[in-house]
Design a protein around this ligand. Structure first.
Ligand SMILES: Nc1ncnc2c1ncn2[C@@H]1O[C@H](COP(=O)(O)OP(=O)(O)OP(=O)(O)O)[C@@H](O)[C@H]1O
Ligand SMILES: O=C(O)C1=C[C@@H](O)[C@@H](O)[C@H](O)C1
Ligand SMILES: [Mg+2]
Length: 167
């Protein structure tokens, strides 16, 4: 069993929104590793970051991704930082991986001031988002089989672009 599509990218790229639409379009189940971590621990992600720290969250995330890759046969959305794990990048090699990209301005606009995203909750979300993008772009591209820049596309158009690349 293997996901039909794995969807990844920075916060606000639309992994959850587009992943759900893509799954609907294909009549497949949707799963999101962020939700899996919340379900398994019974805690919001922001709480895990605050009380246990980012490394603890990354370990939980790595396990959730491994489980999703092994057991989910629909659309699997990963957390925005899942590619920071070299083990996860290795595991993604055999999969169809969609990198949803978003530029800094649009990414910050979409994520707004939400405190649900602990890494962007600081004083300067624009600078934080840029640092995060610069560090992760090569990692997203290393594992992706297709990249879609979502800045000027509606979620439905992103789905269409994904299916055009991987019919
Ligand atoms: N292509 C798009 N055009 C306009 N708005 C979008 C688009 N994709 C997503 N959005 C909006 O941006 C916000 C963030 O989207 P979403 O939660 O799907 O991102 P995400 O990649 O899952 O983020 P996270 O990494 O935090 O889970 C939502 O309000 C969503 O409606
Ligand atoms: O970009 C990130 O590092 C994160 C993105 C979210 O999906 C969550 O996994 C968490 O808030 C961390
Ligand atoms: Mg999401």
């Amino acid at each position: 069993m293997s996901p039909r599509f794995v969807v990844l990218g920075p916060p606000g790229a639309g992994k959850t929104t587009v992943g759900q639409l893509l799954a609907e379009r294909l009549a497949l189940p949707f799963r999101d590793t962020d939700e899996d971590v919340v379900t398994r621990t019974g805690k919001p992600i922001s709480d895990i970051f605050t009380t246990e720290g980012e490394p603890a969250f990354r370990a939980l995330e790595e396990d959730a991704v491994a489980d999703g890759l092994a057991t989910h046969d629909g659309v699997l959305a990963l957390g925005g930082g899942a590619v920071l794990s070299a083990t996860t990048r290795e595991r993604l090699q055999e999969h169809t991986v969609v990198f949803l990209n978003v530029g800094m301005a649009e990414g910050v606009r979409r994520t707004g001031l939400s405190t649900a995203r602990p890494l962007l909750a600081g004083v300067n979300p624009r600078a934080t988002f840029k640092t995060l993008l610069d560090a992760r772009l090569p990692l997203y591209r290393q594992v992706a089989t297709v990249e879609v820049l979502t800045d000027d596309l509606e979620p439905e158009q992103v789905v269409t672009a994904i299916l055009a690349a991987h019919p």
